[in-house]
Design a binder for this molecule. Sequence first.
Ligand SMILES: NC(=O)C1=CN([C@@H]2O[C@H](COP(=O)(O)OP(=O)(O)OC[C@H]3O[C@@H](n4cnc5c(N)ncnc54)[C@H](OP(=O)(O)O)[C@@H]3O)[C@@H](O)[C@H]2O)C=CC1
Ligand SMILES: CC1=C(/C=C/C(C)=C/C=C/C(C)=C/C=O)C(C)(C)CCC1
Length: 313
Amino acid sequence: MNFLVDLLVLLYELIASFVLCLFRWIFPVQYKSVSGEVCLITGAGNGIGRLLAIEFAKRKARVAIWDIDEDGLKETCAMIQEIGREVYSDVCDLNKKDEIKAAADRVREAFGEVNILVNNAGVAFCKEILDLTDKEIETTYNVNVLAHVWTIREFLPSMLARNHGHLVNVASTVGLFSSPGMPDYCSSKHAAVGLHNSIFFDLQNAEKYGIKTTLICPYLIDTGMFNGVHVKYDWILPPISPKDCANTIMHAVLTEQEMVAIPRTMYFAHVLSTILPVKALIAGYKFVGADKAISYFKPNRDYQVKSYSKSVE
Ligand SMILES: NC(=O)C1=CN([C@@H]2O[C@H](COP(=O)(O)OP(=O)(O)OC[C@H]3O[C@@H](n4cnc5c(N)ncnc54)[C@H](OP(=O)(O)O)[C@@H]3O)[C@@H](O)[C@H]2O)C=CC1
Ligand SMILES: CC1=C(/C=C/C(C)=C/C=C/C(C)=C/C=O)C(C)(C)CCC1
């Protein structure tokens, strides 16, 4: 009997969710206001983090930014000040738990509790498992996953107490399906996806519906982080422009979407990667050049260049 009731409830929820999707498609959700909200963005000294910081500032959020790159932070601050908005910045090495905790205390003291946390910073070395050094592997997991854990543990308690806030985690399409040539990076992004989704369900169980979560899974973006990486027919799948990517992320956050893959064709790639027979998958990777894409990587970030010169020594 209980089973039948549960089944009916499930059917009702399934139909209602599809009807709601259709309704939302016809009548899109209004953007929420982030005016006056304290928004902390990690890795905002460059790339996507910088663009997001500017977008949040334009929408009158009180923007706080962290990065290891002091000059990059200064440039982002100048861009935000140029549009007449306040900004708080702090140099923080996300590789180090103690630095994260100290920086969290400082941001709370300067700006108050964080309402919107954007875990954006990431690193990639683009090397195969036996070519990576122990230090590089630790750095990848520290920055791409553990930093998310430490920041969430710092800022979630006050969000829970107020039942208000937004957790935004930037993962990657390679957190949904893997690409050869970067096992540490792919596994760190898979971990970031798992972390995000588990916390999402915990918030649902706790009925903390005032705390929103948004998972971002972009394909290759033209920020230079993956300099040189390309697939065989990149006219079919060109790298995403940083501006388009940041706009899509802002749209997802402001309409409180739970997850967004960028571009949308990546949902299809994700589904295919789970249902295709393995031989078909290998053939597909070869056809699009996904098998070699990472091998074209040319390090150009400070930490990448240093790591390469070290491995050549
Ligand atoms: N670019 C791409 O193709 C894709 C990127 N992503 C993800 O998007 C996010 C943003 O990427 P993108 O903007 O391209 O990357 P960028 O390298 O342009 O920016 C990342 C920023 O994070 C900073 N950072 C690196 N290590 C640390 C650290 N230990 N502590 C604090 N800050 C640090 C970098 O500083 P510095 O430059 O000095 O190292 C840089 O300012 C990342 O999580 C990335 O994994 C996802 C899919 C595709
Ligand atoms: C594997 C694979 C693809 C290639 C993916 C690549 C090359 C992704 C690179 C992503 C990066 C660099 C992400 C950074 O976070 C395609 C063409 C989508 C087709 C489906 C399978």
